[in-house]
Design a protein around this ligand. Structure first.
Ligand code: A3P
Length: 344
Protein backbone atom coordinates (compact mmCIF):
# COMPACT_ATOMS: atom_id res chain seq x y z
CA UNK A 1 0.00 0.00 0.00
CA UNK A 2 1.18 3.49 -0.82
CA UNK A 3 1.62 4.57 2.79
CA UNK A 4 4.30 1.95 3.32
CA UNK A 5 6.32 3.68 0.60
CA UNK A 6 6.53 6.68 2.87
CA UNK A 7 6.78 5.48 6.42
CA UNK A 8 9.93 3.52 6.26
CA UNK A 9 11.02 2.68 9.78
CA UNK A 10 13.26 -0.33 10.13
CA UNK A 11 11.06 -2.36 12.48
CA UNK A 12 7.43 -2.11 11.43
CA UNK A 13 7.13 -0.06 8.31
CA UNK A 14 3.40 -0.55 7.77
CA UNK A 15 2.05 -0.61 11.26
CA UNK A 16 1.02 2.64 12.96
CA UNK A 17 2.25 1.03 16.20
CA UNK A 18 5.73 2.13 15.18
CA UNK A 19 4.69 5.43 16.79
CA UNK A 20 5.89 5.75 20.35
CA UNK A 21 2.51 4.97 21.91
CA UNK A 22 0.81 3.55 18.85
CA UNK A 23 -1.15 6.73 18.10
CA UNK A 24 -0.54 10.28 17.00
CA UNK A 25 -1.68 11.58 20.42
CA UNK A 26 1.82 12.73 21.28
CA UNK A 27 1.73 15.19 18.39
CA UNK A 28 -1.74 16.38 19.32
CA UNK A 29 -0.61 17.07 22.88
CA UNK A 30 2.27 19.21 21.60
CA UNK A 31 0.07 21.01 19.06
CA UNK A 32 -2.54 21.83 21.71
CA UNK A 33 0.04 23.87 23.63
CA UNK A 34 1.10 26.06 20.66
CA UNK A 35 0.10 29.72 20.12
CA UNK A 36 -3.05 29.96 17.95
CA UNK A 37 -4.55 32.46 15.51
CA UNK A 38 -7.56 32.40 13.22
CA UNK A 39 -6.51 31.41 9.73
CA UNK A 40 -7.55 32.51 6.26
CA UNK A 41 -9.77 29.55 5.44
CA UNK A 42 -11.57 28.03 8.38
CA UNK A 43 -8.79 26.50 10.37
CA UNK A 44 -6.99 27.65 13.44
CA UNK A 45 -3.36 28.27 12.69
CA UNK A 46 -0.74 27.23 15.21
CA UNK A 47 2.77 28.63 15.50
CA UNK A 48 5.50 26.03 15.67
CA UNK A 49 9.13 27.19 15.73
CA UNK A 50 8.25 30.53 14.08
CA UNK A 51 6.13 28.98 11.30
CA UNK A 52 2.31 29.07 11.08
CA UNK A 53 0.74 25.73 10.25
CA UNK A 54 -2.76 24.38 9.97
CA UNK A 55 -2.83 22.02 12.96
CA UNK A 56 -3.66 18.90 10.92
CA UNK A 57 -0.90 19.65 8.44
CA UNK A 58 1.52 20.17 11.31
CA UNK A 59 0.78 16.65 12.50
CA UNK A 60 1.78 15.45 9.02
CA UNK A 61 4.96 17.53 9.14
CA UNK A 62 5.87 16.02 12.52
CA UNK A 63 5.13 12.49 11.31
CA UNK A 64 7.31 13.02 8.26
CA UNK A 65 10.11 14.43 10.44
CA UNK A 66 10.03 11.37 12.68
CA UNK A 67 9.44 8.61 10.15
CA UNK A 68 10.12 9.60 6.56
CA UNK A 69 13.23 8.15 4.96
CA UNK A 70 14.19 9.78 1.68
CA UNK A 71 15.54 7.66 -1.15
CA UNK A 72 18.44 8.96 -3.27
CA UNK A 73 16.10 9.08 -6.28
CA UNK A 74 13.31 11.05 -4.55
CA UNK A 75 12.24 14.36 -6.02
CA UNK A 76 10.70 17.14 -3.91
CA UNK A 77 8.81 19.99 -5.54
CA UNK A 78 8.80 22.77 -3.00
CA UNK A 79 6.73 25.94 -2.96
CA UNK A 80 5.16 28.47 -0.65
CA UNK A 81 1.41 28.26 -1.40
CA UNK A 82 0.32 30.22 -4.51
CA UNK A 83 3.82 30.36 -5.98
CA UNK A 84 3.04 27.89 -8.80
CA UNK A 85 2.67 24.48 -7.13
CA UNK A 86 0.10 23.25 -9.65
CA UNK A 87 2.28 24.24 -12.57
CA UNK A 88 5.43 22.76 -11.04
CA UNK A 89 3.63 19.48 -10.33
CA UNK A 90 2.45 19.28 -13.94
CA UNK A 91 5.89 20.07 -15.36
CA UNK A 92 7.86 17.74 -13.09
CA UNK A 93 5.46 14.84 -13.60
CA UNK A 94 5.53 15.30 -17.38
CA UNK A 95 9.32 15.61 -17.51
CA UNK A 96 10.06 12.63 -15.31
CA UNK A 97 7.44 10.34 -16.87
CA UNK A 98 7.87 11.37 -20.49
CA UNK A 99 8.78 7.87 -21.59
CA UNK A 100 5.70 6.40 -19.92
CA UNK A 101 2.98 8.56 -21.44
CA UNK A 102 2.10 9.93 -24.87
CA UNK A 103 1.09 13.55 -25.07
CA UNK A 104 -2.17 12.46 -26.75
CA UNK A 105 -3.14 10.17 -23.87
CA UNK A 106 -1.53 11.87 -20.92
CA UNK A 107 -2.79 11.68 -17.30
CA UNK A 108 -2.86 15.48 -17.24
CA UNK A 109 -5.68 15.43 -19.78
CA UNK A 110 -7.97 13.71 -17.29
CA UNK A 111 -6.53 14.56 -13.87
CA UNK A 112 -5.73 17.78 -12.10
CA UNK A 113 -1.95 18.11 -11.51
CA UNK A 114 -2.63 18.04 -7.77
CA UNK A 115 -3.91 14.46 -8.12
CA UNK A 116 -0.78 13.08 -9.77
CA UNK A 117 1.35 12.81 -6.66
CA UNK A 118 0.93 13.82 -3.04
CA UNK A 119 2.08 16.49 -0.65
CA UNK A 120 4.57 14.89 1.72
CA UNK A 121 3.00 16.54 4.76
CA UNK A 122 -0.47 15.23 3.90
CA UNK A 123 0.67 11.87 2.59
CA UNK A 124 2.44 11.16 5.86
CA UNK A 125 -0.89 11.31 7.68
CA UNK A 126 -2.33 8.55 5.55
CA UNK A 127 -0.63 5.63 7.20
CA UNK A 128 -3.03 6.21 10.03
CA UNK A 129 -6.10 6.78 7.92
CA UNK A 130 -5.76 3.91 5.52
CA UNK A 131 -5.99 5.96 2.40
CA UNK A 132 -4.45 5.01 -0.87
CA UNK A 133 -6.16 6.81 -3.69
CA UNK A 134 -3.37 9.01 -5.02
CA UNK A 135 -1.16 7.79 -7.78
CA UNK A 136 2.54 7.81 -7.00
CA UNK A 137 5.15 6.94 -9.55
CA UNK A 138 7.38 4.17 -8.26
CA UNK A 139 10.78 5.49 -9.18
CA UNK A 140 11.59 8.22 -8.88
CA UNK A 141 9.04 9.11 -6.23
CA UNK A 142 7.65 12.62 -6.59
CA UNK A 143 6.47 14.62 -3.59
CA UNK A 144 5.14 18.12 -3.38
CA UNK A 145 6.08 20.06 -0.25
CA UNK A 146 4.99 23.33 1.34
CA UNK A 147 6.96 22.53 4.52
CA UNK A 148 9.65 25.15 5.22
CA UNK A 149 13.17 23.83 4.69
CA UNK A 150 14.21 23.67 8.37
CA UNK A 151 11.13 21.55 9.15
CA UNK A 152 11.87 18.92 6.49
CA UNK A 153 12.87 15.41 7.59
CA UNK A 154 16.60 15.06 8.23
CA UNK A 155 16.91 12.46 5.47
CA UNK A 156 15.68 15.04 2.92
CA UNK A 157 17.93 17.84 4.17
CA UNK A 158 21.03 15.72 4.64
CA UNK A 159 23.81 16.61 2.19
CA UNK A 160 24.62 12.92 2.13
CA UNK A 161 21.26 12.22 0.49
CA UNK A 162 21.23 12.48 -3.29
CA UNK A 163 17.53 13.39 -3.45
CA UNK A 164 16.72 16.53 -5.43
CA UNK A 165 14.65 19.61 -4.59
CA UNK A 166 13.18 22.19 -6.98
CA UNK A 167 11.86 25.34 -5.32
CA UNK A 168 9.67 27.82 -7.19
CA UNK A 169 9.43 31.30 -5.72
CA UNK A 170 7.14 34.14 -6.83
CA UNK A 171 6.85 37.87 -6.23
CA UNK A 172 5.23 38.19 -2.78
CA UNK A 173 2.86 40.86 -4.10
CA UNK A 174 1.42 38.40 -6.64
CA UNK A 175 1.47 35.64 -4.01
CA UNK A 176 -0.65 37.80 -1.74
CA UNK A 177 -3.18 38.67 -4.47
CA UNK A 178 -3.40 35.03 -5.57
CA UNK A 179 -3.89 33.96 -1.92
CA UNK A 180 -6.60 36.56 -1.41
CA UNK A 181 -8.65 35.25 -4.35
CA UNK A 182 -8.04 31.65 -3.35
CA UNK A 183 -9.19 32.39 0.19
CA UNK A 184 -12.40 33.94 -1.09
CA UNK A 185 -13.16 30.80 -3.09
CA UNK A 186 -12.53 28.31 -0.32
CA UNK A 187 -13.27 30.08 2.98
CA UNK A 188 -16.38 28.74 4.65
CA UNK A 189 -19.37 30.99 3.93
CA UNK A 190 -20.47 30.53 7.53
CA UNK A 191 -17.42 32.39 8.83
CA UNK A 192 -17.20 36.19 8.88
CA UNK A 193 -15.62 37.30 5.61
CA UNK A 194 -12.17 38.88 5.78
CA UNK A 195 -11.32 42.17 4.08
CA UNK A 196 -8.30 42.51 1.81
CA UNK A 197 -6.77 44.86 4.41
CA UNK A 198 -7.13 42.24 7.16
CA UNK A 199 -5.57 39.57 4.97
CA UNK A 200 -2.77 41.90 3.92
CA UNK A 201 -1.89 42.61 7.55
CA UNK A 202 -1.88 38.87 8.33
CA UNK A 203 0.29 38.10 5.28
CA UNK A 204 2.83 40.81 6.20
CA UNK A 205 2.96 39.49 9.77
CA UNK A 206 3.53 35.98 8.44
CA UNK A 207 0.17 34.68 9.66
CA UNK A 208 -0.56 32.36 6.75
CA UNK A 209 -0.14 28.61 6.28
CA UNK A 210 3.61 27.89 6.19
CA UNK A 211 4.33 31.61 6.65
CA UNK A 212 6.11 33.92 6.93
CA UNK A 213 6.64 33.88 3.14
CA UNK A 214 10.05 35.57 3.47
CA UNK A 215 11.45 32.99 5.90
CA UNK A 216 10.16 30.22 3.65
CA UNK A 217 12.07 31.64 0.67
CA UNK A 218 15.24 32.14 2.70
CA UNK A 219 15.20 28.59 4.02
CA UNK A 220 15.37 27.14 0.51
CA UNK A 221 17.61 29.94 -0.78
CA UNK A 222 20.21 29.31 1.92
CA UNK A 223 20.04 25.56 1.26
CA UNK A 224 20.63 26.17 -2.46
CA UNK A 225 23.63 28.35 -1.64
CA UNK A 226 25.11 25.47 0.32
CA UNK A 227 24.43 22.93 -2.42
CA UNK A 228 23.47 23.97 -5.91
CA UNK A 229 23.47 20.29 -6.86
CA UNK A 230 20.67 19.54 -4.43
CA UNK A 231 18.38 22.57 -4.53
CA UNK A 232 17.41 24.36 -7.74
CA UNK A 233 15.63 27.69 -7.33
CA UNK A 234 13.36 28.88 -10.13
CA UNK A 235 11.14 31.94 -10.19
CA UNK A 236 7.54 31.93 -11.41
CA UNK A 237 8.40 35.02 -13.44
CA UNK A 238 11.28 33.25 -15.21
CA UNK A 239 9.11 30.22 -15.86
CA UNK A 240 6.59 32.51 -17.55
CA UNK A 241 9.26 34.38 -19.54
CA UNK A 242 11.45 31.44 -20.50
CA UNK A 243 9.41 28.26 -20.06
CA UNK A 244 11.58 26.24 -22.45
CA UNK A 245 14.85 27.12 -20.71
CA UNK A 246 13.26 26.61 -17.30
CA UNK A 247 11.91 23.17 -18.28
CA UNK A 248 15.35 22.18 -19.56
CA UNK A 249 16.99 23.40 -16.35
CA UNK A 250 14.48 21.46 -14.28
CA UNK A 251 14.90 18.28 -16.31
CA UNK A 252 18.68 18.45 -15.96
CA UNK A 253 18.49 19.05 -12.21
CA UNK A 254 16.08 16.14 -11.77
CA UNK A 255 18.46 13.80 -13.57
CA UNK A 256 16.22 13.51 -16.65
CA UNK A 257 17.85 15.92 -19.13
CA UNK A 258 16.29 16.30 -22.57
CA UNK A 259 18.45 14.66 -25.23
CA UNK A 260 19.53 16.47 -28.37
CA UNK A 261 17.03 14.38 -30.33
CA UNK A 262 14.22 15.21 -27.94
CA UNK A 263 15.04 18.89 -28.27
CA UNK A 264 15.13 18.59 -32.06
CA UNK A 265 11.80 16.77 -32.03
CA UNK A 266 10.07 19.49 -30.03
CA UNK A 267 9.53 17.44 -26.86
CA UNK A 268 10.44 20.39 -24.64
CA UNK A 269 7.92 22.62 -26.43
CA UNK A 270 5.24 19.89 -26.18
CA UNK A 271 5.92 19.54 -22.45
CA UNK A 272 5.63 23.26 -21.87
CA UNK A 273 2.45 23.47 -23.97
CA UNK A 274 0.77 20.58 -22.18
CA UNK A 275 1.49 22.20 -18.79
CA UNK A 276 0.65 25.76 -19.81
CA UNK A 277 -2.01 27.72 -17.97
CA UNK A 278 -4.08 28.11 -21.15
CA UNK A 279 -4.08 24.41 -21.84
CA UNK A 280 -4.65 23.08 -18.32
CA UNK A 281 -7.21 25.66 -17.21
CA UNK A 282 -9.37 24.97 -20.27
CA UNK A 283 -9.53 21.20 -19.86
CA UNK A 284 -12.92 19.86 -18.83
CA UNK A 285 -11.43 18.08 -15.81
CA UNK A 286 -10.09 21.38 -14.48
CA UNK A 287 -13.30 23.27 -15.14
CA UNK A 288 -15.72 20.83 -13.53
CA UNK A 289 -13.73 18.13 -11.67
CA UNK A 290 -12.82 17.81 -8.01
CA UNK A 291 -9.66 16.50 -6.34
CA UNK A 292 -9.19 15.08 -2.88
CA UNK A 293 -6.04 16.83 -1.69
CA UNK A 294 -6.26 15.83 1.92
CA UNK A 295 -8.32 13.12 3.52
CA UNK A 296 -10.33 15.86 5.10
CA UNK A 297 -10.99 17.99 2.03
CA UNK A 298 -12.10 17.93 -1.61
CA UNK A 299 -11.21 20.88 -3.83
CA UNK A 300 -12.93 21.94 -7.03
CA UNK A 301 -10.17 21.83 -9.63
CA UNK A 302 -10.90 25.29 -10.99
CA UNK A 303 -9.68 26.88 -7.72
CA UNK A 304 -6.09 26.10 -8.74
CA UNK A 305 -6.37 28.31 -11.83
CA UNK A 306 -7.15 32.01 -11.90
CA UNK A 307 -5.10 34.32 -14.17
CA UNK A 308 -1.67 32.74 -14.20
CA UNK A 309 0.00 36.06 -14.95
CA UNK A 310 2.86 38.18 -13.63
CA UNK A 311 2.21 41.57 -12.04
CA UNK A 312 -1.51 41.26 -11.30
CA UNK A 313 -0.73 43.01 -8.00
CA UNK A 314 -0.61 46.29 -9.92
CA UNK A 315 -4.40 46.31 -10.24
CA UNK A 316 -5.10 45.21 -6.67
CA UNK A 317 -2.67 46.79 -4.23
CA UNK A 318 -2.63 50.40 -3.06
CA UNK A 319 0.70 52.30 -3.27
CA UNK A 320 0.95 51.95 0.53
CA UNK A 321 0.56 48.18 0.33
CA UNK A 322 3.20 47.98 -2.40
CA UNK A 323 5.59 50.07 -0.35
CA UNK A 324 4.98 47.99 2.77
CA UNK A 325 5.58 44.64 1.09
CA UNK A 326 8.63 45.92 -0.83
CA UNK A 327 10.08 47.29 2.40
CA UNK A 328 9.65 43.93 4.16
CA UNK A 329 11.34 42.18 1.22
CA UNK A 330 14.20 44.66 1.35
CA UNK A 331 14.71 44.15 5.09
CA UNK A 332 14.34 40.37 5.04
CA UNK A 333 16.43 39.70 1.94
CA UNK A 334 19.15 42.32 2.52
CA UNK A 335 22.59 40.73 2.67
CA UNK A 336 21.33 37.25 1.77
CA UNK A 337 22.24 37.35 -1.92
CA UNK A 338 18.57 36.81 -2.84
CA UNK A 339 17.72 39.84 -4.96
CA UNK A 340 14.70 38.79 -7.05
CA UNK A 341 12.02 40.93 -5.39
CA UNK A 342 14.07 43.66 -3.81
CA UNK A 343 13.25 46.91 -5.59
CA UNK A 344 16.04 49.51 -5.58
P1 A3P B 1 -3.01 33.47 -9.86
O1 A3P B 1 -3.98 33.42 -8.72
O2 A3P B 1 -2.12 34.66 -9.80
O3 A3P B 1 -3.67 33.34 -11.19
P2 A3P B 1 -0.45 27.26 -6.51
O4 A3P B 1 -0.56 26.22 -7.57
O5 A3P B 1 0.86 27.28 -5.80
O6 A3P B 1 -1.62 27.22 -5.60
O7 A3P B 1 -0.49 28.66 -7.25
C1 A3P B 1 -1.66 29.11 -7.88
C2 A3P B 1 -1.28 30.18 -8.87
O8 A3P B 1 -0.62 29.56 -10.00
C3 A3P B 1 -2.50 30.89 -9.41
O9 A3P B 1 -2.04 32.20 -9.72
C4 A3P B 1 -2.80 30.06 -10.65
O10 A3P B 1 -3.60 30.72 -11.60
C5 A3P B 1 -1.39 29.83 -11.17
N1 A3P B 1 -1.27 28.67 -12.08
C6 A3P B 1 -1.89 27.47 -12.00
N2 A3P B 1 -1.51 26.67 -13.02
C7 A3P B 1 -0.65 27.39 -13.76
C8 A3P B 1 0.09 27.12 -14.97
N3 A3P B 1 -0.03 25.96 -15.59
N4 A3P B 1 0.88 28.08 -15.44
C9 A3P B 1 1.01 29.27 -14.80
N5 A3P B 1 0.35 29.59 -13.67
C10 A3P B 1 -0.46 28.66 -13.15
Amino acid sequence: MASSILINTPSSSKNPKHLKNGTTDEYEVTIATLPKQNGWVNENLVKYHDTWFNSTTLKGVMLAQDHFVARPTDIFLATFPKCGTTWLKALAFTIVNRNRYDFSDHPLLTKNPQALFPFLEIFSLRDHENEDELEISSSPRLFSIHTPYPHLPESVRSWASACRIVYVVRDPKDVFVSSWYHMKKIRSKELPQLTIEECFKMFCEGVYQFGPYWDHVLGFWNASMQSLDKVLILTYEDLKKNPIDSAKKMAKHLGHPFSVDEEKNGIVEETVKLCSFDNLSNLEVNKTGVTKIASFRYYENHVFFRKGSVGDWQTHLTPEMVEKINEISKQKFRGTGFTAYVSP
